[in-house]
Design a protein. Structure first.
Length: 151
């Protein structure tokens, strides 16, 4: 079982939090708020604290040196709690979209959880196939943009 590489320096901890925060802001803008920028801004600073809270949940488990498998399970739990009970994501309330929606959300949340960790720990190359899977949401987003622009 592969262990998460624990942070060796305080600077890595801060780098993880900052990098994750940047990822969250960019990914949330691309996936949710790009068409509703004024609404997103109206939720500030609450929504930024929400992103930071999510990051700190994962940070705690990384600091405990949990395996990536256990961290992935925590990610799934946190993802479903937020997506269903806080954000009421319509993908998860539709019987036909639940599985494809879950796969898309796992791709997004995996990107937000693990890629900053691997960048900070300099283990991105070791996880290249996981990175490709976690970046799958970008391809889906591009296809959706093309479909929207062509209609």
């Amino acid at each position: 079982m592969e262990e998460t590489k624990n942070f060796t320096k305080k600077s890595q901890e801060l780098q993880y939090i900052i990098l994750s925060f940047i990822f969250w802001v960019i990914v949330e803008y691309i996936t949710v708020w790009h068409a509703r920028l004024a609404e997103w801004i109206s939720y500030m600073p609450f929504i930024l604290f929400l992103y930071l809270g999510i990051i700190l949940i994962f940070y705690i488990f990384i600091k405990k040196d949990w395996s990536e498998k256990r961290l992935f399970i925590v990610m799934l739990i946190v993802m479903y709690v937020f997506e269903i009970f806080i954000w009421f994501n319509p993908l998860l309330f539709n019987l036909f979209l639940f599985i494809p929606g879950s796969l898309l959300l796992i791709s997004i949340w995996g990107c937000l959880t693990f890629i900053p960790l691997w960048i900070v720990n300099r283990t991105l190359k070791e996880h290249k196939w996981q990175v490709i899977c976690y970046l799958f949401w970008i391809l889906v987003a591009l296809i959706m943009i093309i479909l929207v622009l062509s209609s």
